[in-house]
Design a protein around this ligand. Sequence first.
Ligand code: ASP
Length: 326
Amino acid sequence: MVPIGKRALLGAAAAVLAAPARAQRSYPTRPVTMVVPFAAGGPTDTVARLVAQAMGAELGQTIVVENVAGAGGTLGAQRVARARPDGYTILLHHIGMATIPTLYRRLAYDPINGFEPLGLVTEVPMTLIARRDFPAANLEEMVQVIRREGTKLNYANAGIGAASHLCGLLFMKSMDTAMTTVPYRGTAPAMNDLLAGTVDVLCDQTTNTTEQIRAGTVKAYAVTTRERVASLPEVPTAAEAGLPNFEVSVWHGLYAPKGTPQPIVAQLNRALVAALQDQNVARRFADLGTAPVPVARATPEIHRQFWQDDIAKWRPLIQAAGQFAD
Ligand code: ASP
């Protein structure tokens, strides 16, 4: 065993040997902050921490995840839109980047032109779930209970702009009924209250619900994708369960503030691509019902186009649902 003092000396020698290579590198020379606009321990945070670790290994710098939660993901986005565009503050957000521009009439940042897309990360199915003792055996019964009980039931979400908000909006609209909405700073605390039975229903990414569904601590009624999810084979699709045309999945993308120099954008994109090819990331994503996007699709250009198309896709649906934040 090498004594501590010697280890430190060896470490110092290694640092000296590595110094010339590092001296040539102009970015990143210090840790990078990855902002997550929702609470720690939730689905966006889970994806971010896996990606941050693998990207950090590629960049040779730590990527520190910072949760700037609240207001449906707009506070974290604002923090990054207003950050210095030097590559040291980046954002891992989700589908909210496509719905927030329509949902919010007023924002203290530009939700479209405030960012440089760095690449798509993953697309995650959602699951419609309820507290363990919810009195319905399947989706049809669930809809009957919701029609009967209406606003006596609590639907948890992560604020206007969250994926859970969007899913709940579409679900309630398609049933032409309403539950009482209870907003959280992310769906990690929402899940805690669902487990405690203080809220009744939640729609959330499989990255937060898979383990609870498998453990039987919540009831799952449907996945919101066209196909069943491999990690949850027993959960029917919404269409199979009697709710056709109810599809929503949560894509995640990585962003830098507008004006970040192109070489840094390219470097961050390369690190993202490396993270998407990382076996540990792929394995963990698969356990949680998702997969990294194919690397051919993880370019800033494809991300920008996809994001713009998704804004256009959701705008009329949100306008028809008529629920906006001020
Ligand atoms: N799943 C959440 C949402 O509803 C956000 C989160 O906590 O990751 O958008």
